[in-house]
Design a protein around this ligand. Structure first.
Ligand code: FAD
Ligand code: SIN
Length: 529
């Protein structure tokens, strides 16, 4: 029998989306927040550029909406785009109240520029915005008596009707089973409402700017529980990840191009964006710039291209990009004097669990927010700095919807304990490492920036073979975080490839040589479990 839980709501994830929801829920309810690893181990703490918001007198909501929809290549949901963009000023106000020390400019917030934005509209804290935002949210959550933060808990699966002691046939979500990474115990955490905010699936690719834990756990858990997932083929590749043999996933923020950085062929010095998008040059949307770099690298057999901002004043560069300047200095690169070697890398998961404006998923009792979702905001390609914003707006929407319907929500029933009676400790951990590496490598080579049907089919074949092996392993051995992540990476790889095979056109981030043209009518790729 499960112990009665002292919490009303379970939030899975302690990044921007999860903590935004938790802080608003905690005005009335008791909230438990679970995080895999440390509380600041998600992507939020890594965000560099900033948060997009219309704050300048010369800027308008309509311009931000248009820029978002141009980047999204017609696949965005206009109502969602309006909802998020019009919610931005209030979201920034809440962060200011929490003490986020945004850069100032003569008494106003300083706004920087990024690719795809027709105005300066990115509020930021130097080039380490996410670190400051994560710290402020965590401080507020730690000080809130209605919030319990539990790090080092790897959620395995959602608790649904089939886990009830007496199956009621409700199909409702009642919380999640989580592995305590320190004790090895698996506990059922039940709650009336569950908010999934477990971040993206970037680590399904060999090269990614995302942190180690971005293994798509939330998407895979929701899918296994019966929620629809959409647009998983829309994987965003950031054009400028540092190329360095030791430091594998250090981002060079888009704001470097926003503040005048040029992309150059490393041998000839040619500013090659003129050959791909002569109007927007380095500030074209990410898919355009990433494909251009990929083309240069493949066409000229290069390891990397150059990003050069050394024509700006050294003081300007050092004060705008102190984190990047310091990091590069430790690697022997002085960005005020020489170019930075860069390559594209996976950066953001545009697809995910389908949600509405109230952050509800298909499953009663489950809300979702942030990078694990597909809300309709990003469409076929996310506009820079729109994702933290999405976390704040939908984290808040989830909380408001739960609070509004709280009185009619049932208490969770008794649910079954996690059953370990038929598993043993693994004696072959190497299987996990081997499969993890294999998935990430073929996803990079076969399901990357430029795709073909043949490569996608090859990936699908590999995924099927590995699936049998992983499920067999999962059925026989005690769970570990590595095994949980491998199972979820595999699940996400399958969702990405299945979605990519369904899209017979090139739109936004999905570019295939077999269908180079746009289809007449934009349509989401919706997968139903
Ligand atoms: P995350 O912040 O990733 O948090 C996920 C949480 O879920 C973590 O607490 C994690 O521990 C937890 N979790 C995951 N799996 C489990 C599990 N199985 N059990 C329990 N807990 C789990 N966006 C912008 O808008 N502006 C930027 O400037 C920007 N820069 C970026 C720079 C980098 C290098 C990267 C990688 C991303 C950047 N992004 C940026 C994207 C943005 O940071 C993310 O989309 C956003 O932070 C996601 O927030 P989230 O709350 O959805 O998830
Ligand atoms: C960056 O700083 O380039 C990242 C911005 C983003 O991912 O939105």
């Amino acid at each position: 029998m499960t112990r009665p839980e002292p919490y009303d709501v379970l939030v899975i994830g302690s990044g921007a989306a999860g903590l935004t929801a938790a802080l608003s829920l905690a005005t009335k309810l008791k909230v438990l927040v679970l995080a895999k690893g440390k509380l600041n181990s998600g992507s939020t703490a890594w965000a560099q550029g900033g948060i997009a918001a219309v704050l300048d007198a010369g800027d308008t909501f309509e311009d931000h909406i248009r820029d978002t929809m141009v980047a999204g290549a017609g696949l965005n949901d206009r109502e969602t785009v309006e909802f998020v963009i019009e919610g931005a000023p209030a979201a920034i106000d809440r962060l200011v109240e929490l003490g986020v020390p945004f850069n100032q400019d003569s008494g106003d917030l300083h706004l920087t520029r990024e690719g795809g934005h027709s105005h300066r509209r990115i509020v930021h804290v130097d080039d380490a915005t996410g670190w400051a935002v994560q710290a402020a949210l965590l401080k507020a959550a730690e000080e809130n008596p209605n919030i319990t933060l539990l790090p080092h808990q790897s959620c395995i699966d959602l608790i649904t009707g089939r886990h009830e002691q007496k199956y009621s046939g409700s199909g409702r979500v009642w919380g999640a089973y989580a592995l305590d990474e320190e004790t090895g115990e698996v506990r059922a955490h039940t709650a009336r409402a569950t908010v999934m905010a477990a971040g993206g699936a970037g680590r399904v690719y060999q090269f990614s700017t995302a942190p180690r834990g971005a293994t798509g756990d939330g998407i895979a858990m929701a899918w296994r529980a019966g929620a629809r997932v959409s647009n998983m083929e829309m994987m965003q590749f950031h054009p400028t990840c540092l190329y360095n043999l030791e430091v594998k996933n250090f981002l060079i923020t888009e704001a470097v191009r926003g503040e005048g950085g040029h992309l150059l062929h490393p041998e000839t010095g040619h500013r090659f964006m003129v050959d791909y998008d002569a109007d927007r040059m380095e500030l074209a949307p990410r898919d355009v710039v990433a494909r251009a770099i990929d083309d240069q690298i493949k066409r000229f057999g290069l390891d990397y291209v150059h990003l050069d901002i050394s024509h700006q004043r050294p003081e300007f560069v050092r004060t705008h990009f102190p984190t990047i300047y310091d990091k590069l200095e430790t690697l022997g690169i002085d960005m005020t004097k020489e170019p930075i070697p860069v390559v594209p890398a996976q950066h953001y998961t545009c697809g995910g669990v389908v949600i509405g404006l109230d952050a509800r998923t298909d499953l009663p009792g489950l809300w979702a927010a942030g990078e694990c979702t597909e809300s309709g905001l990003h469409g076929a390609n996310r506009l820079a700095s729109n994702s933290l914003l999405e976390c704040f707006v939908f984290g808040e929407a989830a909380a408001q919807d739960i609070l509004a319907h709280w009185d009619s929500m049932e208490a969770p029933p008794s649910v079954r304990e996690w059953d370990e009676s038929r598993v043993t400790d693994s004696d072959e951990e190497v299987v996990i490492k081997q499969n993890w590496t294999e998935i990430r490598r073929f996803m990079w080579n076969y399901v990357g920036i430029v795709r073909t049907t043949k490569r996608l089919e090859r990936a699908a074949h590999r995924i099927k073979l590995l699936g049998d092996e992983i499920e067999d392993y999962y059925g026989h051995f005690r769970v570990t975080t590595d095994l949980i992540e491998l199972r979820n990476l595999h699940q996400c790889a399958q969702l990405i490839v299945d979605s990519a095979l369904k899209r017979h056109e090139s739109r936004g981030l999905h570019y295939t040589l077999d269908y180079p043209a746009l289809a007449k009518d934009p349509a989401d790729t919706v997968l139903v479990p």
